[in-house]
Design a protein around this ligand. Structure first.
Ligand code: FES
Ligand code: FES
Length: 174
């Protein structure tokens, strides 16, 4: 077979926001492109495509990962969560998302999906975050609009709300 022939495609099956999905993927296909173009999950944004800006952050088995540095074939059998899966229902915001809205923690919104996905994972790991810890988390994301301060405020308030009322419709890991 010529090296110019079409690359072998692999069927990749995984769970996306609690729903089983699958697609055909060339080995070089990025997870970010698979999600956006293969599955229509365009909430995951793509900025630098070099692992720097954090816009493409998704959760893989609950752990934040850069979708632009992940191959689609690496998603096989995993539980993937994107910004579309953070709320308890398609038309409801998570506690963190609602707090972002109240505190004007986004402007253009390009960075927001990735930041929410990272902070959501962090709040599950650390329900009592300090401001310093949150600054370290958002340090992995480039935001050109907000100056980060409202993001920190919104997250501190969301963490407090979640601690005070475990029955709130928070996003739970799928
Ligand atoms: S698009 Fe992935 S880190 Fe920037
Ligand atoms: S809200 Fe515009 S880049 Fe963050």
């Amino acid at each position: 077979m010529s090296h110019l022939s079409a690359a072998t495609r692999h069927r990749v099956a995984f769970t996306l926001n609690g729903r089983p999905v699958s697609l055909e993927a060339e080995p070089r296909l990025l997870a970010s492109d698979a999600l956006r173009h293969g599955l229509g999950a365009t909430g995951t944004h793509v900025g630098c495509e070099h692992g720097v800006c954090g816009a493409c952050t998704i959760q893989i088995d609950g752990v934040p990962a850069r979708a632009c540095l992940t191959l689609a074939v690496q998603l096989e059998g995993r539980k993937v969560r994107t910004v579309e899966g953070l709320g308890p229902a398609a038309d409801r915001l998570s506690v963190l998302q609602a707090s972002f809205r109240r505190h004007h923690a986004l402007q253009c919104g390009f960075c927001t999906a990735g930041i929410l996905v990272s902070l959501d994972a962090f709040l599950h790991e650390q329900p009592h975050p300090s401001e310093e810890e949150l600054r370290i988390v958002v340090g992995g994301h480039l935001c050109r609009c907000t100056g980060y301060t409202p993001i920190i405020r919104a997250t501190l308030e969301a963490a407090e709300q979640l601690r005070s009322d475990p029955s709130l419709p928070d996003s739970s890991h799928v």
